[in-house]
Design a protein around this ligand. Sequence first.
Ligand code: UDP
Ligand code: MG
Length: 136
Amino acid sequence: MSKVEQTLSIIKPDAVERNLIEEIKSIFLKNNLIIKEDKKIQITKEEAAEFYKIHQSKPFYDALCSYLSSGPIVVMVLEGENAVSKNRKLMGATDPKNADENTIRKLYGISIDKNSVHGSDSIENAKQEINFFFKS
Ligand code: UDP
Ligand code: MG
């Protein structure tokens, strides 16, 4: 069963810094995901901590929040059939070393922390994350 969904995508600081915004967007577009919303911003560490609060008990939480707030990011709402799982598939595994060929993280990720993109992992989290960045 396929259905039209929305998901949140973030191009992380390591990829923005390396001018990979258009390359990454083109992967979404080629795979029939429409970019419904799109903005380049820099968030504070406090905002990053709120966004990633699901990970607050993890050993990498503080570094993760520092990292996401360390430079400009691009936040996007992607829309299309099965957008949540499709985006996760296009991103590849969290650690670029384990990511499949031709996924964004395999192509562009540097390391498990500098892995170039974020993507919502469920429809419920996608709604929350879209609302976090694009309050209507
Ligand atoms: N992360 C990290 N070290 C780890 C696991 C995760 O730095 O051992 C970072 C990584 O950048 C990842 C983010 O924390 O993208 C969120 O982790 P999650 O498990 O949700 O991975 P994702 O959903 O991004 O694949
Ligand atoms: Mg995640």
